[in-house]
Design a protein around this ligand. Sequence first.
Ligand SMILES: Nc1ncnc2c1ncn2[C@@H]1O[C@H](COP(=O)(O)OP(=O)(O)OP(=O)(O)O)[C@@H](O)[C@H]1O
Ligand SMILES: [Mg+2]
Length: 298
Amino acid sequence: MGRQNEVAVLRAAWQSAAGGSARVVAIEGDPGIGKTALVETLLTGISAPVVRVAGVSADSKYPWRILDEITRRLARARPEGRPGSMDPLASPSFVGQGLTEALQATGDVALLVDDAQWADRASMAALQYSARRLRDDPVLLILAYRRHGDDSQLEFQTVSPGLSKSWRQIFEGEHGLHLALDGLPPEDLLRLAAANGYPGLSPEGAGRLHESTGGNPGHVLELLALLPMHSIVAGSGPLPAPRGLAHTITLASASASPRCARSPASRPPPRRSRRRSTPGCSPRCPERAAASWPSPRS
Ligand SMILES: Nc1ncnc2c1ncn2[C@@H]1O[C@H](COP(=O)(O)OP(=O)(O)OP(=O)(O)O)[C@@H](O)[C@H]1O
Ligand SMILES: [Mg+2]
């Protein structure tokens, strides 16, 4: 609900990709802001093959986790595709070239890397190689990620697409698209509440929820589940901060390191989306490769 502009822009990106001009899309925003919900609105309407993978915090340190997953899913999306075997000595550019060829061979394909702030570094390096080389190809690559994640270690921050200058260049380039999500307006919160089984929300209550959450739908749903409706509708004064928001602030504070102490990304997240750069956190070289993309034609 809501997000009509973003959905329209995403559909146009898919049309371009399906028409043979690859698109690399960034969807950036706070936890709960609706990144996954937005992407799914697009992807569920696509009849072409869709490959979905997602970063997992606990797997961030294991090289090639995400690429491995993409390999398997992409192979399933192509009748003649086979996962192949991994070469532990391959470099990210070799793997990235293989990924590029596999995507080109699949054609008319959408690849979503959700929670990309937790994708492993090696996979992100290979994906980035591929993102730079996809041009006249019917491929849509979407990276959805938290602006700075809630990772406490610098090594995760350096691969987060939200903090990497080279990813930014791609998103802002000819084939790129960058969407930074804001909260939903109060009128959309009324619809969100009704659609989720909270029909009694008043416009005033929606206004209070908006004030307390910045319109973050995940946080709004959390408050609606926690608080009696009458205290939202008839109460006065600020509502309690949603736990999700407090959790994010705590983790963002914990992630501050001497190198990044002045980086905006180490501050608690704002309610509003904002583009930012992090001069103190340049991307590090990816680790030596430990696997290779199987040849799509093997
Ligand atoms: N536009 C929307 N309309 C209806 N529900 C929404 C919308 N956006 C988000 N939601 C709901 O809000 C909750 C959080 O959304 P979602 O999981 O997409 O957030 P996210 O940005 O992907 O968060 P995370 O960073 O934790 O992955 C979900 O229950 C989702 O269904
Ligand atoms: Mg999500």
